[in-house]
Write a protein of this length. Structure first.
Length: 478
């Protein structure tokens, strides 16, 4: 009897699973293994929203495996120790895992390779599992990655995405493999009240509904804050409940402008993964330093976190984040611009808060989108600033998004909801809503001085072409 191990990480699915597919082909019996890595726990990356969503994902994965004659084996320890224990218990000759791009994932891979080799077990790392194209698949001449999206996207589009794999019909587990109990969502404290449910089954239902309906108009509607016309697939892509390659293929088959716009956002996701793979330190260090001397006003940063800045669109988006563990893509861009450009607070403050709450908190997309908006990343216009009032008028013209998330302003009609400070005195005094935290004109001048600009083209940018802040699907994307 031969045994292989399929070590699940960010690929919690059966459909189009190169890791599980290869493990099943490789041996008579397979151990589908998930290690609740205590090493990740020590990094502080285990946020309640992601832990609750993960519990749903593992329960769904286990249920699907049981329908095929197997089950999910769960261990709670350091990942290399957990994997080695299963290899020793079963005599497994091979272990399969998806390739990662973070510094932690790369170090994990090296430690696994060394430890497994000493145990007589071969490590197989599979690329293009988490992304549609693996990092490094397309590179410019003489460099290890693309630093600008547009040329990357041209190559990305011209490169074929791998074919997809069917879910295995049967998964045979070797006898006697012990497992710890599956985690349960209700055991996780501190989650957002509106957090979505996780798992491959939920993700595939959402994907089918998205492809058969709203996708067609995505190119025109994805910035409509109140319309909420984005896919909300990013959590399922982040946890690997959905295959990015499969999503690309299924979207392209629709052949609509909306599908093209959506696929472009998936390419942004791949773009950021290839940047982080080449520059792992960009997770916390400036990709392109601007000699910033960030302000450290904790009161202003806390007002931003709490959605009490006095700028309704900013506050609405931050409150959506707190309630759902998710935020609309346009909101992500606006709040990131406000923190880093208007308040001139270090992007890492915002990135950490997002990672504390976002269920789709993906290191590559979160950090590099924050850097994009802060002007320290890959944006070719690093000094663009998004005016929250202009953004509100344009992308929430009736004010419905603001009224939903900022109930203090629910009684205001139309576009007046975006500038409550302009109301007549008695009407303004009756609102339990703060005055603007800063003056936008003064804040712009402060930012320009800090970046040593003083050029008129650094003034407010009204639209902002760029990545959807967060993994696509997120919508971000997409």
């Amino acid at each position: 009897m031969t045994v292989s191990v399929a070590l699940f990480t960010s690929d919690l699915r059966l459909h189009d699973s190169p890791v599980l597919h290869s493990a099943v082909r490789d041996a008579d019996h397979v151990v589908p293994l998930f290690v609740r890595d205590t090493g990740i726990r020590r990094t502080g990356f285990e946020a309640p929203n992601r832990q609750a969503f993960l519990a749903d994902c593992l329960a769904d994965l286990d249920a699907q495996l049981r329908r095929r004659g197997g089950r999910l084996v769960v261990r709670d320890e350091e990942v290399v120790a957990g994997a080695l224990a299963v290899v020793a218990e079963t005599g497994a000759h091979s272990l399969h895992i998806a390739g990662g791009v973070s510094g932690y994932a790369l170090r994990r891979e090296e430690r696994l390779r060394s430890a497994l080799a000493a145990a007589g077990c071969t490590l197989h790392v599979h690329d293009a599992v988490v992304t549609a194209l693996a990092p490094g698949t397309v590179v410019p001449s003489g460099r290890d990655h693309y630093a600008v999206f547009t040329p990357y996207f041209r190559r990305w589009e011209a490169t074929g995405v791998r074919g997809t794999l069917a879910a295995p019909r049967a998964v045979r587990l070797p006898p006697g493999v012990a497992s710890e109990p599956l985690p349960r969502r209700e055991e996780v404290a501190g989650t957002s009240p509106g957090l979505a449910g996780g798992g491959e089954s939920a993700g595939r239902r959402l994907l089918s509904a998205w492809l058969d309906g709203p996708l067609a108009d995505y190119g025109n509607s994805h910035d409509d804050l109140a319309g909420d016309a984005t896919s909300r697939l990013s959590p399922y892509l982040h946890f690997g409940c959905l295959s990015a390659a499969e999503v690309v293929h299924r979207a392209r088959r629709k052949g609509t402008p909306g599908a093209d716009a959506f696929v472009r956002q998936l390419a942004w996701r791949d773009f950021h993964h290839q940047v982080l793979a080449a520059r792992p330190d960009a997770a916390w260090d400036d990709y392109r330093p601007r000699r910033d001397r960030w302000r450290t006003d904790e009161d202003e940063a806390e007002a931003w976190r709490a959605g009490r800045t006095g700028y309704p669109l900013v506050d609405a988006a931050m409150r959506q984040l707190a309630h759902e563990g998710w935020m609309h893509n346009r909101g992500r861009m606006v709040v990131a611009s406000f923190l880093t450009k208007t308040l001139y607070v270090d992007w890492r403050v915002g990135a950490r808060h997002f990672l504390n709450l976002l269920v789709d908190g993906d290191l590559a997309n979160n950090q590099l989108n924050w850097q994009w908006m802060a002007g320290t990343g890959t944006d070719t216009r690093p000094n663009r600033v998004l005016n929250p009032v202009v953004q509100g008028r344009r992308f929430d013209p009736r004010g419905d998004y603001v009224r939903r998330w900022v109930p203090e302003l629910a009684g205001l009609e139309g576009r007046a909801v975006h500038e409550p400070w302009t109301l007549p005195g008695p009407e303004r005094a009756g609102l339990d809503y703060p005055e603007p935290l800063v003056d936008l004109t003064e804040a712009r001048a402060r930012f320009e001085r800090a970046r040593s600009l003083g050029r008129p083209e650094a003034a407010w940018v009204r639209s902002g072409d760029g990545p959807i802040l967060g993994p696509p699907g997120n919508e971000s994307p997409v």
